[in-house]
Design a protein around this ligand. Structure first.
Ligand SMILES: [Zn+2]
Length: 126
């Protein structure tokens, strides 16, 4: 996963690549096959392109399914006995898609001045 401040950017990249590989297979391979058959009078380049695109789709699909949840760090769509690429929430912690992880919502403010003025007994650990 990237170190981007928005963890869902990586999710969108993986999803879009998998969709492109899935939806683009037929038109791209078909056009490539028509052009190469007319140019070279051989079907071999078309088969190479078809199998290469299938490999691209397999890699993109597996990579998409291996996306890790920004909140719990486990696979967002996959459990050891279950997977659902259309899941709207993390199958482990229930984090909805395209939202900020839970740790981003927690803000801890430590103010020694506040603890001194409010009379609270606060120990500061160096
Ligand atoms: Zn999760």
């Amino acid at each position: 996963m990237s170190d981007s401040p928005d963890p869902w950017q990586e999710y969108r990249k993986r999803r879009n690549l998998a969709l492109l590989a899935f939806l683009g297979y037929t038109p791209v391979v078909f056009v490539f096959a028509v052009v190469t058959i007319r140019l070279f009078h051989s079907e071999t380049p078309a088969y190479v392109a078809a199998f290469s695109w299938m490999a691209l789709y397999a890699v993109a699909g597996i990579r998409f399914q291996m996306f890790r949840c920004p909140s719990c760090g486990r696979r967002f769509f996959v459990k050891w006995w279950y997977h659902n690429i259309f899941a709207g929430r993390c199958v482990h912690c229930g984090l909805p898609q395209i939202c900020r992880p839970r740790y981003a919502a927690i803000t801890v403010v430590v103010s020694p001045l506040h603890s001194m003025t409010s009379g609270q007994n606060v120990k500061l650990i160096p």
